[in-house]
Design a protein around this ligand. Sequence first.
Ligand code: AKB
Length: 316
Amino acid sequence: MQKILVIGACGQIGGELTLSLRKIYGGENVIAADIKDEHPMLKGTGPYTTLDATDAEATKALVEKEGVTDIYLLAALLSATGEKNPKLAWDLNMSSLRQILDLGVEKKLKIFWPSSIAVFGATTPRDNTPQKTIVEPTTMYGVTKYAGELLCQYYANRYGLDIRSVRYPGLISWKGEPGGGTTDYAVDIFYGALKDKKYSCFLSEDTYLPMMYMDDAIRATTSLMQVPIENMKTHMSYNLSAISFSPKEISEEIKKHIPEFTIEYTENDPRQAIANGWPKSIDDSAARADWGWKHEFDLSKMTEVMLENLKIKLEL
Ligand code: AKB
């Protein structure tokens, strides 16, 4: 029987991932942990505990007490917040990963840890970015993600650790709140459209970035963790792709539902420089071939679902 621990369970991915894991493995078998108070969406669905992701002793004690077999480590500072405090981004992102990898070896755990398209930089080919290519990240977040990928690969090769990972694109969801990333505009724009019929975008109209609806990201994560280890041809993180669009394109899609919606563009936001160094689209053929990954949500389906559900959530 699997006993799962989700660290960072109150973040944008953590909340929905915990709920999905509880559906698959049973509420009692999935322990949600975060340094923050329990997110309202998790209340009453299973066990919750407060945990600092960098506290190796507390994590080990929890794993021993609960007989944990699998850990999903999601605690991290993202690209935009990471640039405001690069030292904290390095400390949090790397020390949490390192302690989980060591614990994983000691207790023979199965681990999921997310990487990101932020590993790529300005020297990477930006269209259909390959799985294996030039990788020179320019943000501290990207540096920690690439260093983390190498560390995961090292632990897999050296100690036989079962560690699995994907490079998430920007994630879009109506349930949780985005957590300080460069792709956050693609969530905020729906709130602006529904509440004010307008949105002021911090990226320019033609900034294409790889994106994905959260349900696809969660399905990718849970299915990667179920795949036989022999199927995995890399211990680096898998490229993962669904949709690629610009602010102009998503605003036109929203206008199909809210014709009076308008968008304007602010200049000189530091997140523009980050976005300029990231891919426009991603080649995820390795994930599709090795473990059957396939996305379900395109731009129009995602826009429809976002507007429909946010309208209810915001009581509009
Ligand atoms: C960010 O924008 O920092 C994140 C990411 C792409 O990893 N959403």
